[in-house]
Design a protein around this ligand. Structure first.
Ligand SMILES: NC(=O)c1ccc[n+]([C@@H]2O[C@H](COP(=O)([O-])OP(=O)(O)OC[C@H]3O[C@@H](n4cnc5c(N)ncnc54)[C@H](OP(=O)(O)O)[C@@H]3O)[C@@H](O)[C@H]2O)c1
Length: 316
């Protein structure tokens, strides 16, 4: 899948050589991939060469030549921060490839890596959550659903802020109180997981507990966060605002965390919220849905083989 310059049709099918894995890489036959907001951001960058597909699931067809990672024939999920998973074949460093049980299909598995890693690590960075009050912004997104479920499971009282009236039922089922405006929210919040930007944090200040922790991990609205130092007085002083980047955390182990995500799902403790499943020939339109916020949770695409090229409306 190739990047193209037209912002309305971000990708097109093209033939590329089968990847030649480096010694530490496994070659995977891709069955499904999911799209993420970074795919969209990178594809809209000037002179982009980005190929989408940060998250994928498939089967190992060639083990890494250094002998590490899963052997041929293993069903896996993989995280490929450099993209390229929207293809029939992809090579990925073996440390970012983990086995999945037969019970976990490729669609569910492809939904997990990036959003799951972000949510898992946010929860870890947030520290003890039992009995705490937590606000999650941008909650209807891929990260949002995972984060809400994990934070509820950690024993916190979760308020999910969603900017759209619908859909939010799933967030309620996961145990969150859902609000569309912070004027309907009950603080005080000890922890905020913030990814929307704009005025959301300024509006949240009156609801913060003293010495609250804000994990700031995105800006989905495209608007910078606005904050007023003096509005923290009196009573909300000492907030910690931490810039969170999931792959810049000390001691984080990708393989271990991907395996933990697989285990959580297998044990029924985490449920990927897949809002949209499509054939990969529909990648361009799904990217547009992502841009226009028509999706809930994760969007997963099936790789159906090259014959899909001829049905693809964006390949001409
Ligand atoms: N820091 C990191 O390491 C890291 C890594 C990966 C992704 N991210 C970021 O984490 C955030 C969540 O990722 P995701 O994959 O869950 O994204 P997503 O599925 O697109 O969800 C983003 C959510 O943000 C909310 N939102 C509010 N205002 C918006 C606006 N004007 N435009 C678009 N969305 C708006 C929407 O939820 P509501 O309708 O419920 O408000 C939307 O569902 C993104 O900002 C992404 O860039 C950060």
């Amino acid at each position: 899948m190739l990047a193209i310059g037209n912002p309305d049709v971000l990708v097109a099918f093209g033939e590329i050589p089968q990847p030649v894995p480096a010694p530490d890489e496994v070659l995977i036959r891709v069955e499904a991939f999911s799209l993420n907001r970074p795919d969209f951001l990178y594809l809209t960058a000037p002179k982009t060469t980005w190929r989408p597909g940060i998250d994928l699931a498939g089967t190992v067809v060639r083990r890494a030549s250094d002998g590490m990672g899963p052997p041929e024939g293993t069903r896996v999920l993989a995280h490929s921060p450099s993209g390229g998973g929207a293809a029939e074949w992809v090579s990925v460093p073996s440390r970012l490839v983990v086995p999945r049980p037969d019970s976990q299909g490729p669609l569910e598995a492809a939904a997990l890596p990036l959003a799951g890693l972000v949510a898992l690590r946010l929860v870890r960075e947030a520290g003890t959550l039992n009995g705490r009050r937590v606000l999650v912004t941008g909650a209807t997104g891929g990260v949002g659903h995972f984060a809400v479920e994990l934070v509820v499971r950690a024993g916190a009282h979760v308020t999910a802020l969603t900017s759209q009236e619908e859909p939010y039922q799933r967030l309620q089922e996961l145990g969150a109180r859902v609000v569309h405006s912070l004027s309907d929210a009950d603080g005080p919040f000890h922890v905020v997981l913030e990814s929307v930007g704009g005025d959301v944090m300024a509006d949240a200040i009156p609801l913060l507990a003293p010495r609250s922790l804000v994990l700031w991990f995105g800006e989905a609205s495209g608007k910078p966060l606005s904050l007023d130092f003096f509005r923290f007085f009196p009573g909300r002083e000492g907030m910690t605002l931490r810039h969170f980047v999931y792959n810049q955390l000390e001691g984080a182990d990708d393989g271990r965390d991907l395996s933990e995500l697989v285990r959580l799902v297998t044990d029924g403790r985490l449920h990927p919220e897949i809002g949209h499943v499509a054939d990969w020939s529909e990648t361009a339109s799904v990217l547009n849905d992502l841009k226009n916020r028509r999706l809930r949770g994760k969007a997963v695409l099936r790789v159906s083989g090259f014959e899909a090229m001829h049905r693809c409306p964006c390949s001409s």
